[in-house]
Design a protein around this ligand. Structure first.
Ligand SMILES: [Fe+2]
Ligand SMILES: [Zn+2]
Length: 494
């Protein structure tokens, strides 16, 4: 970001002698931010008057606590108030939004090398030694950021001495770290919200020849990590990757996932290796078809990646012959959600809104519910925003899909406010299920021994067609945070 240098109007220690100031402060009290463009008609004329010296002495009388500086007259309008009464500094970023920063919060987040360790970036300042009623002494705009001077303190340990302190908050940091929830259409600098992941849809027509693939040897090669990077990048971009030329053994399969991170243990075990059987604990262990779903919807933190490898599939009539059916299905949930949003926005909204509870009830180890289940569960479409609030969910903020209709169960606390909402959710779920199994989205692949697949369980839904015969499949999960950490350690933005 090219730093803008907000010009500054600093005012300190004033009372409420001017009606327009009272109006402004009331607005600040009621809103964490407000539109400076909207404000133009009522207030910015006044501010401009104030900041361009056209103000007459009769409307503005500096006191000894008031200073004023204009860092750059050309970058107007940029207004900053040191509101001592409310212990807030208010910054106008010239983006149509002014943002309030409480004095205490600013002091607590001082980025200087004394307050924040220069390499670990951990807080070195003891938050609880800061005066809860701390006020800013003076503040000014500088090209490198907002410079705040703090009053002398007398509680420097062991010395009894007092010292003032100066903090400089880079503009970009300030603008992207508003301390309060911003109104959705007034979020500072939306273009610099956390970059949305770049992703690409692998259409069903890509199967079987044009799927993302990286060979076992390329992934496992050390110390050269090019193959590994390509592999991780594929998972990040496409949501899945196949790994040809893998030895058809559990050991080789396990080494692949451990190349990324340690295995995430669940009630199914760590690395699993199973054969279709009777009396299963989960439909995955039968030979019934499985509709597209994500795994572990009932976890507070659902499994991030899942890798699996079909080790063998033989006919039950003639073990020397291959079994029939059992094709794996994959659906890029981000692509499906974008389609849903475009064509059925009301359905998208319903799936993004109503919390759904899920559980794994068949396990001999006991029922598994997410820890929030008894409270509220989670929507099918989960969103995230740097502002901490998503008032209007859309695919650009979609981070996680939780969808397994087989595991959905009636919550202990209701999900829906009324019958209309309940019907709207079922209508949305019906359309969603239809889209997932439509030819535009349902990627079908007959897995082969020697070519395992890994996919992003927060994005890609997986399923399986019914089959005849005996299948042996092995695999494992790894956590999403662990995957991302591995990506970042290799310079891949994830
Ligand atoms: Fe599954
Ligand atoms: Zn500091």
């Amino acid at each position: 970001m090219k730093p803008r240098t907000p010009s500054v109007l600093f005012r300190g220690g004033y009372g409420f002698q001017y009606p327009w100031k009272r109006q402004a402060l009331r607005r600040f009290a009621n809103n964490t931010s407000f539109s400076t463009r909207k404000r133009a008609s009522s207030l910015s004329t006044r501010w401009n008057t104030v900041s361009t010296s056209q103000r007459t002495p009769s409307t503005w009388t500096p006191s000894h606590t008031q200073t004023r500086c204009m860092a750059s007259a050309s970058s107007l309008p940029q207004v900053l108030i040191n509101d001592m009464a409310n212990q807030e500094v208010i910054v106008d970023f010239n983006t149509g939004t002014a943002v309030r920063y409480p004095s205490f919060w600013l002091r607590d987040h001082c980025p200087c090398a004394e307050c924040q360790h220069p390499s670990t970036h951990q807080r070195q300042l003891d938050t609880f030694t800061i005066d809860p009623e701390i006020k800013v002494s003076s503040v000014r705009s500088t090209p490198s950021g907002l410079e705040v001077s703090w009053p002398a303190t007398t509680d420097i340990p062991d010395t009894g001495s007092s010292a003032t302190h100066t903090s400089v908050y880079p503009w970009e940091w300030l603008e992207t770290h508003p301390p309060f929830i911003q109104a959705s259409n007034k979020t500072p600098s939306p273009t610099r919200q956390t970059a949305q992941r770049t992703w690409a849809h692998v259409p069903p027509s890509a199967a079987p020849d044009n799927l993302p693939r990286v060979s076992y040897d390329a992934i496992m090669n050390t110390p050269d990590t090019d193959g590994l990077k390509h592999f991780l990048q594929n998972i990040h971009t496409y949501g899945l990757c196949f790994m040809p030329e893998t030895p058809a053994t559990p050991e080789a399969t396990q080494s692949l996932i451990e190349r990324i991170a340690h295995i995430r243990a669940t009630h199914y075990g760590g690395f699993w290796d199973f054969t279709s059987e009777v009396n299963p604990i989960d439909t995955a262990y039968t030979n019934d078809p499985l509709p597209p779903h994500t795994d572990t919807t009932y976890f507070t933190d659902p499994a991030g990646l899942q890798l699996f490898h079909l080790l063998s599939h033989t006919s039950s009539r003639d073990p020397g012959k291959p079994g029939k059916g059992g094709e794996s299905t994959f659906v890029d949930g981000f692509a499906a959600a974008a389609y849903l949003h475009k064509h059925f926005p009301q359905h998208y909204h319903a799936l993004a809104t109503y919390p759904i509870t899920s559980a794994a009830l068949g396990s001999p180890a006991g029922a598994f519910l997410n820890t929030n289940a008894s409270l509220h569960g989670y929507p099918v479409l989960n969103h995230s925003s740097p502002t901490g609030r998503v008032s209007s969910p859309s695919p650009t903020m979609l981070v996680q899909i939780r969808w397994n209709n087989l595991d959905r169960f009636a919550p202990m606390t209701p999900s829906f406010p009324n019958h209309t909402a309940l019907k709207s959710w079922y209508a949305a779920a019906r359309e969603w299920a239809r889209i997932l199994e439509s030819p535009e989205f349902l990627l079908t692949v007959k897995l082969q021994p020697g070519e395992p697949v890994i996919f992003d369980n927060w994005r890609v839904l997986h399923g399986r067609l019914g089959f005849e015969g005996k299948r042996r499949v092995c695999g494992a999960y790894t956590g999403m945070d662990d995957f991302r950490a591995r990506c970042r350690s290799l310079g891949i933005e994830a």
